[in-house]
Structures are given as C-alpha cells and as structure tokens.
Design a protein around this ligand. Structure first.
Ligand SMILES: [Zn+2]
Ligand SMILES: [Zn+2]
Length: 263
C-alpha cells in the first residue's frame, strides 16, 4: 500500500470523476493508495479539511497557514492554532514555511507566522509540514532555532542536496512530488536518488503539479502511484519495497495518523 502524504482534497478538480470526491478517492484506492493526508492552508479551510478527515477513515488532515496565505495585518494567533490542533484527526501542523519566490516582500510576516507554527509544534509534539521556496537559509535557521524533537517534512522538495542534507541532519523527512518526473528536473532526481530510504515520503500535492504523463492536467491523488513507480525505478528499488518503506516512514513521522495496518 501507498500513502499520498500531501494532497489538497478540498481543491481537487473532479471533472474526471463527475464531481465526486468519493469516486476520486475510490480510484486512488484501486491503485493501491491506502491513506491520504489532506493539508490545511488557511483559517478558512481548516474546518473543511477537518470535516473531510472525519468523513473518511483513511483521511487525516493538518491545519496551518500557508506562507502565501499569511495576512500581513492579522497574523494567526497561537491560541487559534492550538485549538485547531486539538482534534484527533489533525495529525500535523502546516503547511507553513517560507516562500520568497512569489512574495519576497512578505519575508518578515512569513517568518513571524512560521515561528508561531513551530511554537505550536513544540507545544503539541505534532510534526510540522514545511513549504520552502527561495528561502533556504532562513528556513533552516528557523528550523534549527525550533529544535523540534518530533521533526517534520520538507514537502514538495525542489531544493538542492545541501538543503536536503541539512534538513535530514535536523531529523526531517524529504517528500518528493510529481515534479521529479519533469524533463528539466535532473537536479531533483539527483536528490531523490540520495535521500536515505528511511527518510523519504511521496506526495501528489494535488491538484497542482500532475506528474508526467498527466502534466498540465489537474492532479489527483491516484497519480501518487505514478510518482512512486517513477521513484522506485530511479532508486533501483522494486515498487513493492518502495511503497512499503515510504508507508512505514509516514507512520513513523505522523505517529497519530490512522493508517490501516493492512490494505
Ligand atoms: Zn506547499
Ligand atoms: Zn500543498
């Protein structure tokens, strides 16, 4: 069985499944996907992702404010985060982090929000889901400051091996998305080859970034199978071994996730 460690189930384009999320999840299950982590990005969608996690036994969720969703005039309060995290199916914090690629002018407010999330992580011992783009040094500085015993994951990883190694040294996992299948992603393929087997996760980040051969179409959780098969070949492992190992990794990091033992 395989886990989609990062998907936005509340944002999927369900045209291919006649508008039915039930059908989209069923299609993924048919391809061996046995668990889904649905990611929070804002105060507005926190309730939505919690409802989805309540509705499906194989869906857990996270709650947090995406760096590009931080409202400069109104940084989320620690109290709000702690209240949202106090739910049995909220198994992680995020996504949070820093994205200077799209909003370099918002660096300071993003850092303030990221620090709050890390503080909530320290207080709840829940792992943190980190989005980082164009902000290597500051992301690592804040993670080092936080010294989280439970660690977390750098999701949809697109940075270089130096950054991956620094994150691994901090106890973090590296999650690879369908970007690894793109023609111009040689540097990322190098990273994906080198990440230790017990620290690797796989995700779709759907509805964004569909892997080849679906590139340009809406991404769906069922395509995590394609990303996993690609990574298994790249790393010279059998698909079965890759799926089993990344599922074990997911359970080790997200200790509160409700992953069925057999699927
Ligand atoms: Zn992200
Ligand atoms: Zn995401």
């Amino acid at each position: 069985m395989l886990v989609d460690s990062h998907c936005h189930l509340d944002r999927l384009d369900l045209t291919e499944h006649n508008g039915s999320l039930d059908a989209a999840l069923a299609a993924a299950r048919e391809r061996g996907v046995g668990h889904f982590l649905c990611i929070g990005v804002s105060a507005e969608n926190a309730t939505t992702v919690k409802k989805l996690a309540e509705r499906y036994s194989d869906v857990d969720c996270s709650v947090g404010i995406h760096p590009l969703d931080v409202n400069p005039g109104q940084i989320t309060a620690l109290d709000w985060l702690l209240k949202e995290l106090d739910h049995p199916k909220v198994v992680a914090i995020g996504e949070t982090g820093l994205d200077y690629h799209y909003e370099p002018e918002a660096a300071e407010v993003q850092q303030a929000s990221f620090r709050l999330h890390l503080q909530a992580a320290a207080q709840t011992a829940k792992p943190v889901i980190v989005h980082t783009r164009g902000a290597r040094a500051d992301t690592l500085t804040l993670l080092r400051e936080a010294q989280l015993a439970q660690g977390g994951v750098l999701h949809c990883f697109t940075e270089d091996w130096d950054m991956a190694r620094a994150a691994l040294d901090l106890g973090f996992y590296i999650s690879i998305s369908g970007i690894v299948t793109f023609r111009n992603a040689d540097a990322l393929r190098d990273v994906a080859r080198q990440v230790p087997a017990d620290r690797l996760l796989v995700e779709t980040d759907s509805p964004y970034l569909a892997p080849i051969p679906y590139r340009g179409k809406p991404n769906l959780p069922q395509y995590v199978r394609d990303v996993a098969e690609f990574l298994a070949v790249l790393r010279g492992e059998s698909y079965e071994r890759f799926a089993q190992q990344t599922t074990e990794n997911f359970k080790r990091l997200f200790t509160r996730a409700h992953v069925a033992s057999h699927s």
